[in-house]
Design a protein around this ligand. Structure first.
Ligand code: HPA
Length: 235
C-alpha cells in the first residue's frame, strides 16, 4: 500500500534514506553512487530510488523545500515505510566567518522560526531539536577521514528564504552556524518516533561575506557531502 504522496509499496524503501531537497539530486545520487537502482516514487516529482551502496540497501528521495514538505515526506518514511535512519543532505547560507563556501555543516541541533513543534502542544518550555548522536559521530569520523572541511553546530531552520530584512544578529551571537529550511521538521519527526536523523549541509552562500560557490566548489563540496552521507548511512 502506498501513501497520498509516495507510490512505493511497503518494503520498497530501505531503512536508511538520504534526503536531498532537490529530487533531481536524488536521481543523480541514485544513478552515480548506488547499484541495482529502482525508482519507487514519481508522485509530485518527489523522485525516490532504492539501490545498494557497498552492498548495503540505501534509498534516496527528494523532499522539496521547507518544513511543511520535509514534514510530510519524513513522517511517511518513518511511520508508513518504517525507515529508521534519515539523513538530510542539502545546502545552507553561512552566518559565521569561520565557514567558507563549500565547507560542510553538520547540524547537531536545529533552532527555528517555524511553529512546527506547535503540533505537540509542549507545555512549559521549548523543544530543542537535535541530531542522532550515532549518525553524527559516524559522519564526523567520515568527514575527518575524507579531510573534508566541516563544522558541527546549531543551525537556524527558517520558513523564509526571501526576507525584507537580514536575519537578526542575535542568532549569530547565539552561535548559529548557518540558515537552512528543513532540519527542524526532520528532527521533530525523528524524535517523536524514536528514530535516527541527521542533517549534513554544504555552505552554498555566505550571508556575511556575500560569497557564493563557483561550479568547481559546488561539485567538490557536493561530492564530499555525498560520500560522508553514504558512508554514514551504510555503516
Ligand atoms: N536561507 C535559508 N536556506 C538556505 C539559504 C539561506 O540563505 N541558503 C541555502 N539554503
Amino acid at each position: 500500500m502506498s501513501t497520498p504522496h509516495n507510490n512505493a509499496e511497503k518494503g520498497e524503501i530501505a531503512k536508511s534514506v538520504l534526503l536531498p531537497g532537490d529530487p533531481l539530486r536524488a536521481k543523480f545520487i541514485a544513478e552515480n553512487y548506488l547499484s541495482g537502482v529502482k525508482c519507487f516514487n514519481e508522485v509530485r516529482g518527489a523522485l525516490g530510488y532504492t539501490g545498494t551502496y557497498k552492498g548495503i540497501p540505501i534509498s534516496v528521495m527528494g523532499t522539496g523545500m521547507g518544513c511543511a514538505s520535509m514534514g510530510i515526506y519524513s513522517y511517511e518514511l518513518i511511520h508508513h515505510y518504517e525507515c529508521t535512519s534519515l539523513i538530510r543532505i542539502g545546502s545552507c547560507g553561512a552566518f559565521t566567518e569561520k565557514l567558507k563556501v563549500g565547507d560542510l555543516v553538520m547540524a547537531i541541533g536545529a533552532s527555528t522560526d517555524t511553529n512546527y513543534a506547535g503540533q505537540y502542544q509542549l507545555e512549559g518550555g521549548n523543544f530543542s531539536a537535535t541530531a542522532s548522536f550515532r549518525l553524527l559521530s559516524r559522519a564526523v569520523s567520515e568527514a575527518e577521514k575524507q579531510k573534508a572541511p566541516f563544522m558541527v553546530g546549531n543551525v537556524y531552520c527558517t520558513d523564509v528564504f526571501y526576507r525584507p530584512e537580514r536575519i537578526p544578529d542575535v542568532w549569530k551571537r547565539m552561535g548559529i552556524l548557518a540558515a537552512e529550511m528543513e532540519s527542524f521538521a526532520l528532527y521533530c519527526n525523528a524524535a517523536v518516533a524514536g528514530v535516527d536523523a541527521l542533517t549534513i549541509l554544504t555552505v552554498s552562500d555566505h550571508l556575511v561575506t556575500g560569497q557564493s560557490m563557483t561550479p568547481l566548489e559546488r561539485e567538490k563540496s557536493f561530492k564530499d557531502m555525498m560520500v560522508v552521507a553514504l558512508e554514514t548511512a551504510a555503516a
